[in-house]
Design a protein around this ligand. Structure first.
Ligand SMILES: NC(=O)c1ccc[n+]([C@@H]2O[C@H](COP(=O)([O-])OP(=O)(O)OC[C@H]3O[C@@H](n4cnc5c(N)ncnc54)[C@H](OP(=O)(O)O)[C@@H]3O)[C@@H](O)[C@H]2O)c1
Length: 347
Protein backbone atom coordinates (compact mmCIF):
# COMPACT_ATOMS: atom_id res chain seq x y z
CA UNK A 1 0.00 0.00 0.00
CA UNK A 2 1.22 3.45 -0.75
CA UNK A 3 -0.07 6.51 1.11
CA UNK A 4 -0.10 9.47 -1.23
CA UNK A 5 -0.87 13.07 -0.34
CA UNK A 6 -2.04 15.59 -2.93
CA UNK A 7 -2.61 19.12 -1.65
CA UNK A 8 -3.07 17.78 1.85
CA UNK A 9 -5.60 15.12 0.76
CA UNK A 10 -4.46 11.61 1.71
CA UNK A 11 -5.27 8.51 -0.36
CA UNK A 12 -4.20 4.89 -0.28
CA UNK A 13 -3.04 3.23 -3.47
CA UNK A 14 -2.95 -0.58 -3.64
CA UNK A 15 -0.16 -1.88 -5.85
CA UNK A 16 0.42 -5.24 -7.50
CA UNK A 17 3.22 -5.96 -5.02
CA UNK A 18 0.66 -5.75 -2.17
CA UNK A 19 -1.30 -8.65 -3.70
CA UNK A 20 1.13 -10.82 -5.73
CA UNK A 21 -0.72 -12.90 -8.29
CA UNK A 22 -0.02 -16.17 -6.40
CA UNK A 23 -1.71 -14.70 -3.33
CA UNK A 24 -4.71 -13.64 -5.47
CA UNK A 25 -4.92 -17.21 -6.80
CA UNK A 26 -4.86 -18.51 -3.26
CA UNK A 27 -7.66 -16.14 -2.20
CA UNK A 28 -9.75 -17.18 -5.24
CA UNK A 29 -8.76 -20.88 -5.13
CA UNK A 30 -12.32 -22.14 -4.51
CA UNK A 31 -14.02 -19.64 -6.82
CA UNK A 32 -15.30 -19.96 -10.37
CA UNK A 33 -15.40 -16.57 -12.06
CA UNK A 34 -18.18 -16.34 -14.65
CA UNK A 35 -17.74 -13.44 -17.04
CA UNK A 36 -21.05 -12.47 -18.63
CA UNK A 37 -20.50 -10.51 -21.85
CA UNK A 38 -17.67 -10.44 -24.35
CA UNK A 39 -17.59 -6.78 -25.36
CA UNK A 40 -14.33 -4.86 -24.89
CA UNK A 41 -14.34 -5.35 -21.09
CA UNK A 42 -15.53 -8.97 -20.94
CA UNK A 43 -13.00 -9.97 -23.56
CA UNK A 44 -10.06 -8.04 -22.08
CA UNK A 45 -10.75 -9.08 -18.49
CA UNK A 46 -11.53 -12.68 -19.45
CA UNK A 47 -8.45 -13.26 -21.58
CA UNK A 48 -6.18 -11.66 -18.96
CA UNK A 49 -7.62 -13.90 -16.22
CA UNK A 50 -7.29 -16.97 -18.43
CA UNK A 51 -3.66 -16.12 -19.30
CA UNK A 52 -2.86 -15.69 -15.58
CA UNK A 53 -4.26 -19.15 -14.80
CA UNK A 54 -7.47 -18.25 -12.95
CA UNK A 55 -10.55 -20.45 -13.01
CA UNK A 56 -12.71 -18.49 -15.45
CA UNK A 57 -15.69 -19.28 -17.67
CA UNK A 58 -17.76 -17.15 -20.03
CA UNK A 59 -21.55 -16.73 -20.13
CA UNK A 60 -22.90 -15.46 -23.47
CA UNK A 61 -25.95 -15.64 -25.65
CA UNK A 62 -25.49 -17.27 -29.05
CA UNK A 63 -24.43 -14.84 -31.78
CA UNK A 64 -21.67 -12.34 -32.36
CA UNK A 65 -19.89 -12.51 -28.99
CA UNK A 66 -20.32 -16.30 -28.78
CA UNK A 67 -18.68 -16.81 -32.19
CA UNK A 68 -15.81 -14.49 -31.31
CA UNK A 69 -15.23 -16.31 -28.01
CA UNK A 70 -15.12 -19.69 -29.78
CA UNK A 71 -12.62 -18.30 -32.29
CA UNK A 72 -10.44 -17.15 -29.35
CA UNK A 73 -10.22 -20.57 -27.74
CA UNK A 74 -13.14 -20.66 -25.26
CA UNK A 75 -14.59 -24.17 -25.31
CA UNK A 76 -18.34 -24.78 -25.44
CA UNK A 77 -19.48 -26.78 -22.39
CA UNK A 78 -16.14 -26.36 -20.64
CA UNK A 79 -15.29 -22.66 -20.47
CA UNK A 80 -18.18 -21.24 -22.52
CA UNK A 81 -21.87 -21.50 -21.51
CA UNK A 82 -25.12 -19.69 -22.15
CA UNK A 83 -25.51 -16.61 -19.96
CA UNK A 84 -27.76 -17.99 -17.22
CA UNK A 85 -26.00 -21.34 -16.99
CA UNK A 86 -22.67 -19.56 -16.46
CA UNK A 87 -24.28 -17.40 -13.76
CA UNK A 88 -25.43 -20.60 -12.03
CA UNK A 89 -21.96 -22.19 -12.28
CA UNK A 90 -20.00 -19.12 -11.15
CA UNK A 91 -19.35 -17.90 -7.62
CA UNK A 92 -18.05 -14.51 -8.78
CA UNK A 93 -20.37 -13.22 -11.49
CA UNK A 94 -18.80 -10.47 -13.59
CA UNK A 95 -21.77 -8.63 -15.05
CA UNK A 96 -20.16 -7.18 -18.19
CA UNK A 97 -23.04 -6.96 -20.62
CA UNK A 98 -23.74 -3.53 -22.07
CA UNK A 99 -25.48 -1.38 -19.45
CA UNK A 100 -28.79 -1.71 -21.35
CA UNK A 101 -28.19 -5.47 -21.79
CA UNK A 102 -27.76 -5.78 -18.00
CA UNK A 103 -31.27 -4.42 -17.50
CA UNK A 104 -32.76 -6.91 -19.97
CA UNK A 105 -30.81 -9.90 -18.63
CA UNK A 106 -31.10 -9.09 -14.89
CA UNK A 107 -34.24 -11.12 -14.00
CA UNK A 108 -32.62 -14.31 -15.39
CA UNK A 109 -29.29 -13.59 -13.68
CA UNK A 110 -30.90 -12.80 -10.32
CA UNK A 111 -32.66 -16.17 -10.32
CA UNK A 112 -29.31 -17.91 -10.71
CA UNK A 113 -27.44 -16.19 -7.89
CA UNK A 114 -26.56 -18.50 -5.03
CA UNK A 115 -25.98 -17.77 -1.35
CA UNK A 116 -22.54 -16.13 -0.96
CA UNK A 117 -21.98 -15.35 -4.66
CA UNK A 118 -20.25 -12.10 -5.52
CA UNK A 119 -21.88 -9.91 -8.14
CA UNK A 120 -19.16 -7.86 -9.85
CA UNK A 121 -19.61 -4.73 -11.98
CA UNK A 122 -17.19 -2.57 -13.96
CA UNK A 123 -19.50 0.43 -13.73
CA UNK A 124 -21.77 1.69 -10.96
CA UNK A 125 -24.59 2.41 -13.41
CA UNK A 126 -26.90 -0.58 -12.81
CA UNK A 127 -26.77 -0.28 -9.00
CA UNK A 128 -26.79 3.51 -8.58
CA UNK A 129 -29.65 4.08 -11.03
CA UNK A 130 -31.58 1.08 -9.70
CA UNK A 131 -34.88 2.98 -9.81
CA UNK A 132 -34.57 2.90 -13.59
CA UNK A 133 -32.55 -0.31 -14.08
CA UNK A 134 -34.40 -2.40 -11.42
CA UNK A 135 -31.07 -4.07 -10.62
CA UNK A 136 -31.31 -4.71 -6.86
CA UNK A 137 -29.09 -7.63 -5.80
CA UNK A 138 -30.32 -10.06 -3.13
CA UNK A 139 -28.95 -9.46 0.38
CA UNK A 140 -27.23 -12.87 0.35
CA UNK A 141 -24.61 -11.70 -2.18
CA UNK A 142 -21.47 -9.57 -2.12
CA UNK A 143 -21.68 -6.65 -4.53
CA UNK A 144 -18.32 -5.34 -5.73
CA UNK A 145 -16.89 -3.15 -8.47
CA UNK A 146 -13.63 -2.97 -10.40
CA UNK A 147 -13.68 -0.24 -13.03
CA UNK A 148 -10.64 -0.10 -15.31
CA UNK A 149 -9.90 3.52 -16.20
CA UNK A 150 -9.51 2.78 -19.88
CA UNK A 151 -11.15 1.00 -22.76
CA UNK A 152 -11.41 -2.79 -22.63
CA UNK A 153 -9.11 -2.96 -25.62
CA UNK A 154 -6.31 -1.34 -23.64
CA UNK A 155 -7.07 -3.57 -20.63
CA UNK A 156 -5.89 -6.35 -22.94
CA UNK A 157 -3.09 -4.63 -24.88
CA UNK A 158 -1.49 -3.07 -21.78
CA UNK A 159 -1.56 -6.45 -20.03
CA UNK A 160 0.08 -8.09 -23.03
CA UNK A 161 2.75 -5.40 -22.99
CA UNK A 162 3.47 -6.13 -19.31
CA UNK A 163 1.76 -2.94 -18.14
CA UNK A 164 -1.70 -2.44 -16.64
CA UNK A 165 -4.65 -0.05 -16.71
CA UNK A 166 -5.30 1.44 -13.27
CA UNK A 167 -8.71 0.59 -11.81
CA UNK A 168 -10.98 1.96 -9.14
CA UNK A 169 -12.68 -0.52 -6.81
CA UNK A 170 -15.67 -0.36 -4.47
CA UNK A 171 -17.62 -2.54 -2.09
CA UNK A 172 -21.38 -1.99 -2.11
CA UNK A 173 -22.45 -5.01 -0.10
CA UNK A 174 -20.33 -7.35 2.03
CA UNK A 175 -22.44 -10.39 2.88
CA UNK A 176 -19.64 -12.94 3.20
CA UNK A 177 -17.13 -10.73 5.03
CA UNK A 178 -14.76 -11.55 2.13
CA UNK A 179 -16.00 -8.96 -0.36
CA UNK A 180 -12.89 -6.81 -0.13
CA UNK A 181 -10.35 -9.59 -0.68
CA UNK A 182 -12.45 -11.06 -3.49
CA UNK A 183 -12.67 -7.65 -5.12
CA UNK A 184 -8.98 -6.76 -4.88
CA UNK A 185 -7.80 -10.23 -5.98
CA UNK A 186 -10.09 -10.12 -9.00
CA UNK A 187 -8.86 -6.61 -9.84
CA UNK A 188 -5.29 -7.92 -10.14
CA UNK A 189 -6.46 -11.13 -11.84
CA UNK A 190 -7.90 -9.02 -14.69
CA UNK A 191 -4.50 -7.31 -15.04
CA UNK A 192 -5.05 -3.95 -13.31
CA UNK A 193 -2.09 -1.67 -12.69
CA UNK A 194 -2.72 -0.01 -9.34
CA UNK A 195 -6.05 0.38 -7.50
CA UNK A 196 -7.74 3.28 -5.76
CA UNK A 197 -10.91 3.01 -3.71
CA UNK A 198 -14.20 4.68 -4.59
CA UNK A 199 -17.93 4.17 -4.13
CA UNK A 200 -20.41 3.00 -6.76
CA UNK A 201 -21.90 6.53 -6.71
CA UNK A 202 -18.61 8.37 -7.21
CA UNK A 203 -17.52 5.95 -9.91
CA UNK A 204 -20.63 6.43 -12.00
CA UNK A 205 -20.89 10.19 -11.49
CA UNK A 206 -17.26 10.83 -12.46
CA UNK A 207 -17.31 8.32 -15.31
CA UNK A 208 -20.48 9.66 -16.96
CA UNK A 209 -19.20 13.23 -16.62
CA UNK A 210 -15.76 12.33 -17.99
CA UNK A 211 -17.05 10.65 -21.12
CA UNK A 212 -19.56 13.41 -21.83
CA UNK A 213 -16.92 16.10 -21.28
CA UNK A 214 -13.13 16.02 -21.66
CA UNK A 215 -12.70 12.39 -22.72
CA UNK A 216 -15.15 12.33 -25.61
CA UNK A 217 -17.90 14.96 -25.96
CA UNK A 218 -15.82 18.04 -25.28
CA UNK A 219 -12.95 16.59 -27.32
CA UNK A 220 -15.03 16.31 -30.47
CA UNK A 221 -16.79 19.65 -29.80
CA UNK A 222 -13.53 21.56 -29.22
CA UNK A 223 -11.75 20.00 -32.21
CA UNK A 224 -14.69 20.83 -34.47
CA UNK A 225 -15.03 24.42 -33.24
CA UNK A 226 -11.38 25.18 -34.00
CA UNK A 227 -11.37 23.30 -37.32
CA UNK A 228 -14.48 25.21 -38.48
CA UNK A 229 -13.08 28.62 -37.52
CA UNK A 230 -9.85 27.92 -39.40
CA UNK A 231 -11.68 26.67 -42.48
CA UNK A 232 -14.18 29.56 -42.44
CA UNK A 233 -11.20 31.89 -42.50
CA UNK A 234 -9.67 30.38 -45.59
CA UNK A 235 -7.23 27.80 -44.21
CA UNK A 236 -6.82 24.59 -46.18
CA UNK A 237 -8.15 21.27 -44.80
CA UNK A 238 -4.64 19.95 -44.22
CA UNK A 239 -3.59 23.09 -42.37
CA UNK A 240 -6.75 23.09 -40.22
CA UNK A 241 -6.40 19.36 -39.49
CA UNK A 242 -2.70 19.50 -38.64
CA UNK A 243 -3.13 22.53 -36.35
CA UNK A 244 -6.14 21.04 -34.61
CA UNK A 245 -5.72 17.29 -34.35
CA UNK A 246 -2.49 15.88 -35.71
CA UNK A 247 -0.25 18.14 -33.64
CA UNK A 248 -2.39 17.63 -30.53
CA UNK A 249 -2.50 13.84 -30.62
CA UNK A 250 0.86 13.07 -32.15
CA UNK A 251 3.03 15.64 -30.43
CA UNK A 252 1.64 17.72 -27.57
CA UNK A 253 -0.75 15.39 -25.69
CA UNK A 254 1.90 12.64 -25.35
CA UNK A 255 4.17 15.25 -23.73
CA UNK A 256 1.38 16.14 -21.28
CA UNK A 257 0.93 12.45 -20.54
CA UNK A 258 4.63 11.95 -19.97
CA UNK A 259 5.43 14.81 -17.57
CA UNK A 260 2.50 17.21 -17.21
CA UNK A 261 1.08 20.37 -18.74
CA UNK A 262 3.83 22.69 -17.48
CA UNK A 263 6.44 20.47 -19.12
CA UNK A 264 4.63 20.52 -22.46
CA UNK A 265 4.35 24.33 -22.21
CA UNK A 266 8.03 24.54 -21.30
CA UNK A 267 8.93 22.62 -24.45
CA UNK A 268 6.98 24.87 -26.82
CA UNK A 269 7.94 28.26 -28.22
CA UNK A 270 7.76 31.33 -26.02
CA UNK A 271 5.06 32.67 -28.35
CA UNK A 272 2.97 29.54 -27.83
CA UNK A 273 3.52 29.64 -24.06
CA UNK A 274 2.36 33.26 -23.77
CA UNK A 275 -0.78 32.64 -25.83
CA UNK A 276 -1.71 29.41 -24.06
CA UNK A 277 -1.22 30.90 -20.60
CA UNK A 278 -3.39 33.89 -21.53
CA UNK A 279 -6.20 31.92 -23.18
CA UNK A 280 -6.46 28.89 -20.86
CA UNK A 281 -8.39 30.76 -18.11
CA UNK A 282 -10.86 32.06 -20.69
CA UNK A 283 -11.61 28.53 -21.85
CA UNK A 284 -11.92 27.36 -18.26
CA UNK A 285 -14.45 30.12 -17.56
CA UNK A 286 -16.41 29.41 -20.76
CA UNK A 287 -16.49 25.62 -20.34
CA UNK A 288 -16.90 25.20 -16.58
CA UNK A 289 -20.62 26.12 -16.57
CA UNK A 290 -21.25 23.47 -19.25
CA UNK A 291 -19.35 20.83 -17.25
CA UNK A 292 -21.33 21.86 -14.14
CA UNK A 293 -24.62 21.51 -16.06
CA UNK A 294 -23.52 18.10 -17.33
CA UNK A 295 -22.54 16.95 -13.79
CA UNK A 296 -25.93 18.01 -12.41
CA UNK A 297 -27.66 16.15 -15.24
CA UNK A 298 -25.64 13.04 -14.32
CA UNK A 299 -26.38 13.49 -10.61
CA UNK A 300 -30.15 13.75 -10.98
CA UNK A 301 -30.28 10.65 -13.19
CA UNK A 302 -31.31 12.42 -16.38
CA UNK A 303 -28.25 11.21 -18.32
CA UNK A 304 -28.90 7.63 -17.18
CA UNK A 305 -32.53 7.80 -18.28
CA UNK A 306 -31.57 9.20 -21.69
CA UNK A 307 -29.04 6.44 -22.28
CA UNK A 308 -31.32 3.65 -21.01
CA UNK A 309 -34.14 4.82 -23.26
CA UNK A 310 -31.94 5.16 -26.31
CA UNK A 311 -29.80 2.03 -25.79
CA UNK A 312 -32.79 -0.22 -25.09
CA UNK A 313 -34.34 0.34 -28.51
CA UNK A 314 -34.15 -2.71 -30.76
CA UNK A 315 -32.69 -0.64 -33.63
CA UNK A 316 -30.11 1.05 -31.36
CA UNK A 317 -27.10 -0.26 -33.27
CA UNK A 318 -28.48 0.80 -36.69
CA UNK A 319 -29.28 4.31 -35.42
CA UNK A 320 -25.85 4.57 -33.78
CA UNK A 321 -24.15 3.63 -37.02
CA UNK A 322 -25.99 6.43 -38.83
CA UNK A 323 -24.89 8.98 -36.21
CA UNK A 324 -21.29 7.77 -36.25
CA UNK A 325 -21.25 7.88 -40.04
CA UNK A 326 -22.32 11.54 -39.82
CA UNK A 327 -19.26 12.23 -37.65
CA UNK A 328 -17.06 10.25 -40.00
CA UNK A 329 -18.38 12.33 -42.91
CA UNK A 330 -17.43 15.64 -41.36
CA UNK A 331 -14.73 17.24 -43.46
CA UNK A 332 -12.41 17.28 -40.42
CA UNK A 333 -12.42 13.48 -40.16
CA UNK A 334 -12.33 13.02 -43.93
CA UNK A 335 -9.11 15.04 -43.76
CA UNK A 336 -8.00 12.67 -40.99
CA UNK A 337 -8.54 9.62 -43.20
CA UNK A 338 -6.41 11.09 -45.96
CA UNK A 339 -3.68 12.57 -43.79
CA UNK A 340 -3.22 9.62 -41.41
CA UNK A 341 -2.29 7.49 -44.42
CA UNK A 342 0.51 9.93 -45.19
CA UNK A 343 2.26 9.44 -41.85
CA UNK A 344 5.74 8.06 -42.63
CA UNK A 345 5.02 4.83 -40.74
CA UNK A 346 1.97 4.19 -42.98
CA UNK A 347 3.69 4.81 -46.31
N1 LIG B 1 -15.95 -0.10 -22.85
C1 LIG B 1 -15.22 0.44 -21.91
O1 LIG B 1 -14.21 1.03 -22.22
C2 LIG B 1 -15.57 0.34 -20.45
C3 LIG B 1 -14.68 0.84 -19.51
C4 LIG B 1 -14.95 0.68 -18.18
C5 LIG B 1 -16.14 0.03 -17.80
N2 LIG B 1 -17.02 -0.42 -18.73
C6 LIG B 1 -18.25 -1.10 -18.32
O2 LIG B 1 -18.09 -2.50 -18.56
C7 LIG B 1 -19.36 -3.08 -18.88
C8 LIG B 1 -19.26 -3.78 -20.22
O3 LIG B 1 -18.96 -2.82 -21.21
P1 LIG B 1 -18.37 -3.22 -22.64
O4 LIG B 1 -18.06 -1.93 -23.32
O5 LIG B 1 -17.32 -4.25 -22.51
O6 LIG B 1 -19.55 -3.98 -23.29
P2 LIG B 1 -20.62 -3.57 -24.40
O7 LIG B 1 -19.93 -3.45 -25.71
O8 LIG B 1 -21.40 -2.40 -23.91
O9 LIG B 1 -21.54 -4.90 -24.32
C9 LIG B 1 -21.31 -5.94 -25.15
C10 LIG B 1 -21.71 -7.29 -24.58
O10 LIG B 1 -23.04 -7.28 -24.01
C11 LIG B 1 -23.77 -8.38 -24.60
N3 LIG B 1 -25.21 -8.11 -24.52
C12 LIG B 1 -25.86 -6.96 -24.81
N4 LIG B 1 -27.18 -7.10 -24.57
C13 LIG B 1 -27.37 -8.37 -24.12
C14 LIG B 1 -28.51 -9.12 -23.68
N5 LIG B 1 -29.74 -8.56 -23.68
N6 LIG B 1 -28.32 -10.40 -23.29
C15 LIG B 1 -27.09 -10.96 -23.30
N7 LIG B 1 -25.97 -10.30 -23.70
C16 LIG B 1 -26.11 -9.02 -24.10
C17 LIG B 1 -23.23 -8.44 -26.01
O11 LIG B 1 -23.55 -9.67 -26.60
P3 LIG B 1 -23.84 -9.82 -28.18
O12 LIG B 1 -22.52 -9.70 -28.88
O13 LIG B 1 -24.44 -11.15 -28.27
O14 LIG B 1 -24.76 -8.68 -28.56
C18 LIG B 1 -21.73 -8.26 -25.73
O15 LIG B 1 -21.13 -9.48 -25.31
C19 LIG B 1 -20.36 -1.95 -18.85
O16 LIG B 1 -20.95 -1.89 -17.58
C20 LIG B 1 -19.49 -0.72 -19.09
O17 LIG B 1 -20.07 0.48 -18.59
C21 LIG B 1 -16.74 -0.29 -20.05
Amino acid sequence: MKEIEINGIKETIIERSDFPIEECKNILRDEVTAILGYGPQGRGQGLNMRDQGFNVILGLRKGRSWDKAVSEGWIVGKTLFETEEAAQRGSIIQFLLSDAGQIAAWPGIKENLNDGDALYFSHGFGIVFHKDTKIIPPEYTDVILVAPKGSGLTVRTHFQAGRGINSSFAIHQDYTGRARERCISTAFAIGSGHLFETTFENEVHSDLTGERCVLMGLLQGAFLAQYEVLRENGHSPSEAYNETIEEALQSLYPLVSEKGMDWMYANCSTTAQRGALDWAPRFRDAIKPVVEECYQSVLDGKEARISIESNSQSDYREKLEIELEEVNNQEMWKAGHVLRKLRPENL
